[in-house]
Design a protein. Structure first.
Lengths: 800, 327
């Protein structure tokens, strides 16, 4: 409850502006929308993981009564992808299917049952091909690669970056750790299934209402893939019932709904069922990792070599970025003087992996935090101390050229050690009980757009009406994280109003200005800055008019308590409504704009655009567990978390994000996996795909560290993703502290714990995890980047 | 899941009317009690009945009564009502505990004891929407001929997933089955067949109307344990129902231990053979029962968690159930 110094609205615990309508069931989600004459779309999906399409016969389906539109791959000849460097996907399978569940035929009919029946009447003649279901099979590539147009067959992307000469760093080491770790894939599981409706407008326009995180990117891709001018497409993001990265891509159902709406002249709705959401996926990549770290005896890291293989599923999605992210943030948490990273993403015949909360960072974070824990034990340094020794410092350059500004990593570590009693507990709790520690760093928004653009990343318009009503127009979407409340609070703070006085209109490519979307933890930082600028400009316009009336300079006004005050003579004030009416009478329509473009932070090397962010958040976290030595089952007793938020615009929302992130992290750590039986998902249902419930959730004690970032709005940084990351390795480290076994795999299930304990008892080492790493030479051209100047003369990255 | 398929619907008010409808429609009618399993199964197209006969108006099948020193529970009694019933909690706490462990609070308000006893066997291959169930070849419990769990198997290995069946079997409870113009009573254990498809000995058209608990005093103690990963929601990965009658000097006079969710039927162990006439914590006898239990259990990779681990848990939970009987 600390922050809120001198602010009326921000820094407190304001109720979210859309809270009441949500808890009373009044919010209209995408599937709640209905339009006159609406048709219902369904897909016929592939039953095969890898097969050539010889022939598709839709004649019976097309002739069925009630069927209005039948489309196949030929109707969508333009491939697409969220990243221009990886446009390898078609709306409907073009000549091949590459995973079970891939859409093959789209049908719109008068109701779902008719559309489903018509799908069953389609005859597809497939020629089955050998499927690549694992990293190893994809690497070995015995038959036809999944994408024949890829230059290196099943290798979708390979990266090799070296900063300084890592051999030199290792030469200075007195102790090494070399480990292999596997992080299984998992999925977002939002409560709301994806849903959209394409609505024809006028003669040649279409509006898409969709449960999407990124309407702007959808706008661009739909126009591109459907070969329409951007002016013919409007995308409106509906309130999303959870995103977590799963609604970042633009999906087949969105393209198909638009095309079918234009073709039939009728609205067309697609709502995926839960099984389809699982197969649509774009979730966490399974990643196999190898890491070697050199240390001095005092614990200082001298160099790191990190390698990753990502199992990407059938298409690119944002996988090129994911690949970079598996290597980007290690040097952003620890001062690593020499660093080498090699990452390779493979294509497999499985549902497509993409961005999930933490995007490519949780997997390496889990690995290196476990590795740091092992190193701490070996070096005889306590795990929190080892992290303090290596912690990145404020205002420094990382070895991979990221600019770190505010940084509360050390404060976070110290706070968690203090409140959790870590020093009294670690290594000292009775057998079966344990405590584990981990830290992390994360971006406050990616510094680069997904497609080349020099435009602002966020634009906001503030409008004020004759009766004092305020509208804040932003292209960002509220996916439950509370961004509407953040916008309303920022504008209200500047204009001296309540957050509930500001109507936020968001996520509509026709009525709101551009915002790149709700991903990469960017909205508060970027759109928040744009909102702040727009609100200040609005305030200045009104201030000038009111000040003239008061006969004082414009900067001698104060906006608070729904009034404009004369700061020279505080007895004099004007009601907000009167001030607005006066300003409008003098100036005409009252509107202002604000923009945010991040500084150019790209590193001076190929790939240097992935990872730079205008600010980084930092987190430290401890988990206490109780492990049943007879079953291996883990009961998480408590979590302590300290998060460097910069400044909390809304403490309740920030703590909600911390707790939500930890929930998701623990769920991944303990339970979640995309498990396949041959090519089919084992458990595509909310019952059988296990996520933790309220019963498994421990008490979470959250402490916010305020470092007041110089570039964040009111000093704010991100919280949506960072706190998820350390929860996973902290749990693994706690299991080690409890029963002395290392589970070098996520999830950490009871069978692994039990069998590791048995191995330990048998003198076979108490570890479960991968034992080998594919010795496959990278196909990437090696990039050797210079060390930043800030690393010369023993300066260890500090910026002057 | 999809929306419900089309079917005819009837809601008779008496058992007689219900059995008549079931008799007339042969195998093409299905009974609807709480619907917590039938409705989602229909939405996955696991069955396509012509007629669904809802029992919700048959008041005679609801509630708990006492007759001849025994508790008799109507098959339509909700799981929540079973879990909360004072007489059941006092005399047969293991049954109350089993009922309270099923699904979620909402599912227990709606789900019935009869429905849980007759619950269809479960398998991760089978419990999927038909579109995915059939991708890569259907299984023998669906429209196919093969088993995808045990390759080359002649039988289906779907799992008996009832939580109340092992307890009621261990207690020696009986079931009243009514058919058009006919009626019989069978021990719970005789209701089940170790076959994932043909898992019940129920005759065509038969309606389970009542569960008859044993006379109070038949057992001194009863126990129920359930293994699952989450504290709610999940079907059992293993459960154990157990009951004991002690003789003089705490010697086991009679003991019954039944495992659930490790086969297509509840597995009644030969506990009496190992522990009859001994102390219940006799280490040699307990170890022998554990080994026997592991032999009787056939966990397979057709539900959550590794089957190797689940097999190990059979031994742990068997021993824990015995401890619970004296706790």
């Amino acid at each position: 409850m600390a922050p809120k110094t001198g602010f009326a609205v921000i820094g407190g615990t304001e109720t979210r502006v859309d809270g009441l309508e949500k808890v009373t069931g009044r919010t209209r989600f995408a599937d709640d929308l209905s339009f006159p004459n609406m048709l219902y779309g369904r897909f016929l999906r592939s039953p095969h993981a890898h097969a050539r399409i010889r022939k598709i016969d839709v004649s019976r389906a097309a002739a069925m009564p009630g069927v209005h539109c039948v489309l196949t791959g030929r109707d969508f000849p333009i491939p697409f992808g969220p990243l221009p460097i990886s446009e390898d996907e078609y709306v409907l399978a073009f000549d091949k299917v590459t995973y079970v569940g891939e859409p093959v035929v789209a049908i719109a009919a008068i109701d779902e049952a008719t559309a489903d029946a018509a799908c069953r009447a389609v005859v597809v003649d497939y020629e089955e091909l050998d499927a690549y279901m694992t990293l190893e099979e994809a690497l070995e590539q015995r038959g036809e690669p999944i994408h024949t147009e890829h230059r290196f067959g099943n290798i979708h992307k390979a990266v090799s970056l070296e900063f300084g000469d890592v051999a030199q760093g290792f030469a200075e080491a007195e102790y090494f750790r070399e480990d292999v770790f596997f992080y299984q894939g998992n999925t977002h599981m939002p409560i709301e299934e994806h849903s959209c409706t394409g609505v024809p407008e006028g003669i040649d326009r279409v509006t898409l209402y969709s449960s999407t995180q990124n309407p702007h990117y959808g706008h661009r891709l739909i126009a591109k893939a459907l070969q329409l001018p951007g002016s013919r497409v409007r995308v409106v993001a509906t309130p999303a019932g959870g995103g977590f990265g799963g609604k970042c891509d633009t999906f087949s159902h969105e393209f198909a709904a638009c095309r079918m709406a234009l073709r039939t002249g009728r609205p067309v709705k697609f709502t995926l069922n839960r099984e389809e959401v699982f197969y649509t996926h774009r979730g966490r990549h399974p990643v196999l990792m190898w890491s070697k770290i050199g240390f001095r005896r005092n614990g200082r890291i001298t160099g790191m070599h990190f390698r990753s293989f990502l199992d990407g599923g059938a298409y690119g999605s944002l996988g090129v970025a994911t690949t970079y992210y598996t290597g980007a943030l290690q040097p952003c948490s620890y001062r690593i003087p020499y660093y080498k990273f090699e990452g390779t993403r493979l294509t497999t015949n499985k549902p497509v992996c993409g961005p999930k909360r933490g995007h490519g960072a949780p997997q390496p974070r889990a690995m290196i935090e476990v590795q740091m824990d092992k190193a701490a034990v070996d070096l005889g340094i306590d795990p929190a101390q080892l992290r303090l020794v290596n912690a990145i410092e404020p205002y420094s350059k990382t070895i991979n050229h990221f600019r770190v500004t505010s940084c509360g990593l050390k404060e976070c570590i110290e706070k968690v050690v203090e409140v959790s009693g870590f020093n009294d507990k670690w290594g000292r709790l009775p057998h079966g009980k344990g405590i584990g520690f981990a830290i992390s760093a994360y971006l406050s928004g990616a510094g680069t757009t997904q497609y080349p653009s020099n435009g602002p990343h966020s634009e906001v318009v503030v409008k004020v009406g004759r009766f004092g009503e305020v509208q804040c127009l932003t292209g960002s979407t509220d996916i439950g994280q509370g961004s509407m409340t953040v916008h309303a609070s920022i504008v209200a703070e500047v204009l001296g109003l309540h957050a509930s006085d500001v109507m936020v209109i968001n996520g509509d490519t026709a009525t709101t200005p551009i915002d790149l979307g709700s991903y990469s933890s960017r909205v508060t930082f970027m759109s928040g800055n744009a909102a702040l600028e727009a609100a200040r400009r609005m305030r200045d316009q009104i201030a000038a008019v009111v000040a003239a009336t008061f006969g004082i300079p414009a900067d001698c006004t104060e906006f608070r308590e729904h009034k404009v005050f004369n700061a020279v003579n505080p007895g004099q004030s004007m009601a907000w409504e009167d001030a607005c009416a006066l300003a409008e009478s003098k100036l005409g329509a009252l509107s202002s704009t604000g923009n945010y473009t991040p500084p150019d932070l790209d590193g001076p090397y190929k790939g240097g655009a992935v990872g730079p962010s205008p600010a980084y958040s930092y987190t430290a976290l401890a988990v206490q567990v109780d492990v049943d030595p007879e079953t291996g089952m883990i009961d998480v007793e408590k979590v302590w978390c300290a998060h460097d938020i910069g400044f909390p615009i809304n403490q309740t929302l920030v703590i909600g994000q911390v707790e939500g992130g930890i929930y998701m992290g623990l769920s991944e750590a303990l339970f979640e996996e995309m498990d396949y039986r041959k090519s089919r998902l084992e458990a595509p249902s909310m019952l059988d795909y296990k996520t933790i419930t309220v019963n498994e959730m421990p008490e979470i004690e959250t402490h916010l560290i305020c470092t007041h970032d110089p570039e964040g709005p009111f000093g704010a940084k991100e919280v949506g993703q960072g706190p998820l990351l350390p929860a996973i390795p902290a749990l693994l480290n706690a299991v080690y502290d409890a029963v002395g076994v290392r589970i070098d795999e996520v999830p950490c299930t009871p069978d692994k714990v039990l069998f590791a304990m048995e191995r330990k008892a048998d003198g076979r080492g108490g570890r479960i995890g991968p034992t080998a790493f594919p010795e496959h030479a990278t196909t990437a051209r090696a990039v050797r980047a210079p060390r930043p100047a800030e690393w010369e003369n023993g300066n260890e990255g500090r910026m002057n | 899941m999809l929306r419900l398929p089309e079917f005819e619907y009837a809601a008779p008010a008496t058992v007689g009317e219900a059995t008549r409808l079931m008799h007339e429609r042969g195998g093409k009618a299905m009974l609807l009690a709480g619907g917590t399993d039938l409705i989602p199964s229909l939405k996955r197209r696991q069955y396509l009945p012509e007629l669904v006969v809802s029992l919700h108006k048959v008041e005679a099948m609801r509630g708990v009564r006492e007759a001849d020193g025994r508790l008799v529970i109507g098959a339509l009694t909700s799981l929540d009502a079973v879990a909360a019933h004072p007489a059941i909690r006092a005399s047969w706490p293991a049954l109350a505990k089993a009922a309270a462990s099923i699904g979620t609070p909402q599912l227990r308000n709606q789900g019935t004891l009869g429905g849980n006893l007759l619950l269809d066997t479960r398998c991760t291959v089978y419990n999927q929407l038909e579109e995915w169930r059939d991708a890569g070849g259907s299984c023998m419990k669906s429209t196919g001929v093969k088993c995808h769990i045990v390759l080359g198997s002649k039988r289906c290995w779907a799992i008996s997933s009832s939580d109340t069946a092992p307890v009621l079997a261990a207690l020696g409870a009986e079931l009243r089955l009514v058919r058009h113009g006919d009626e019989r009573t069978v021990p719970v254990v005789a209701m089940y067949r170790d076959d994932g498809i043909d898992y019940l000995t129920l005759q065509p058209g038969e309606v389970l109307t009542e569960v008859l608990l044993p006379p109070v005093g038949k057992w001194d103690r009863s126990a129920f344990l359930k293994l699952r990963r989450r504290g709610t929601f999940d079907f059992p990965l293993l459960n154990v129902g157990a009951a004991v009658k002690f003789g003089a000097d705490r010697i086991v006079e009679r003991i019954s231990v039944v495992l659930g969710a490790v086969g297509s039927a509840p597995q009644a162990l030969d506990a009496q053979k190992f522990l009859g006439g001994k102390q219940i914590d006799d280490a040699v006898a307990v170890a022998a029962l554990q080994a026997h239990a592991a032999k009787r259990a056939t966990p397979l990779p057709n539900t959550d968690s590794s089957h190797v681990w689940r097999k190990r848990m059979v031994q742990v939970y068997t021993a824990r159930a015995l401890k619970e009987l004296v706790a």
